[in-house]
Design a protein around this ligand. Structure first.
Ligand SMILES: C[S@@+](CC[C@H](N)C(=O)[O-])C[C@H]1O[C@@H](n2cnc3c(N)ncnc32)[C@H](O)[C@@H]1O
Length: 228
């Protein structure tokens, strides 16, 4: 009888400990090992850390992995050096863009309004080996923060939901002559139609919608003529 009670108590202790460990693992994710090179760290981020983050994608409204891959590809293919992101959340897309910028020798500034998310993003970017070195996270309302930035950016990613237009309007004056602006379109009927309509009327911008991670898409604009 005593033995059965002891075994039951032991089982309970094991279950509680396992639950605590599982919650701890879920909240902070896998720890990075020591890396021999940046390439090795990138492989760990791509194959271990990002897949862990992807379990919580819906909670943080992260872009799909296919969009992340596309953003990184775009940064490297067009050799971007100075990037701005609006809507960091927990840093998922910032990690993809940051990996691309680490390859090109560039830097990303990303803006998030929610302090708890800024904290999580910083923790995730630290594990990816990108915080401060490649990615700077600014806490605040992008509508107020961006107009005060001194820098000019050759790449912007706006990921703020269906009502992106006011955010794009503060980003546009901060872009260089050869800039690319990517706006994430969530899967809502008519999302970003006001933005797409505005950009298609602007002769200096060439705009296309890329169905990167159906049903979401990226509205991609590149300057085709210089500003007059
Ligand atoms: C769709 S989520 C971003 C997801 C992120 N880009 C990713 O894929 O990992 C949009 C984020 O924008 C943030 N946000 C909303 N309004 C904002 C504002 N005025 N300034 C800065 N961030 C804002 C939200 O808190 C939210 O975390």
């Amino acid at each position: 009888m005593i033995k059965a009670t002891f075994l039951l108590a032991l089982a309970k202790v094991i279950i509680v400990a396992a639950t605590i460990l599982a919650v701890a693992f879920q909240s902070s994710g896998p720890e990075p090992p020591k890396f021999a090179s940046n390439a090795e760290r990138h492989q760990w981020v791509l194959n271990t850390f990002l897949p862990w983050m992807e379990q919580f994608r819906e909670r943080y409204h992260n872009v799909p992995r296919s969009d992340g891959e596309f953003l990184k590809w775009l940064v490297i293919a067009t050799q971007r050096k100075k990037a701005l992101e609006i809507g960091t959340a927990n840093g998922y897309s910032a990690i993809w863009i940051g990996l691309g910028l680490e390859t090109t020798g560039g830097h990303l500034t990303t803006v998030e309004i929610q302090p708890n998310l800024v904290k999580e993003a910083k923790a995730n970017l630290t594990k990816a080996g990108l915080l401060d070195k490649v990615v700077t996270v600014i806490e605040g309302d992008a509508l107020k923060v961006v107009p005060k930035l001194d820098d000019k950016f050759d790449f912007a990613f706006v990921d703020i939901g269906p009502k992106a237009l006011p955010f794009v309007k503060v980003v546009l004056p901060k872009l260089t002559e050869n800039a690319i602006i990517a706006v994430h379109r969530p899967p809502f009927e008519g999302a970003l139609s006001d933005y797409i309509e505005m950009m298609k009327k602007e002769p200096e911008w060439l705009t296309t919608v890329i169905q990167t991670g159906a049903p979401t898409a990226i509205v991609l604009s590149v300057r085709q003529f210089k500003k007059h």
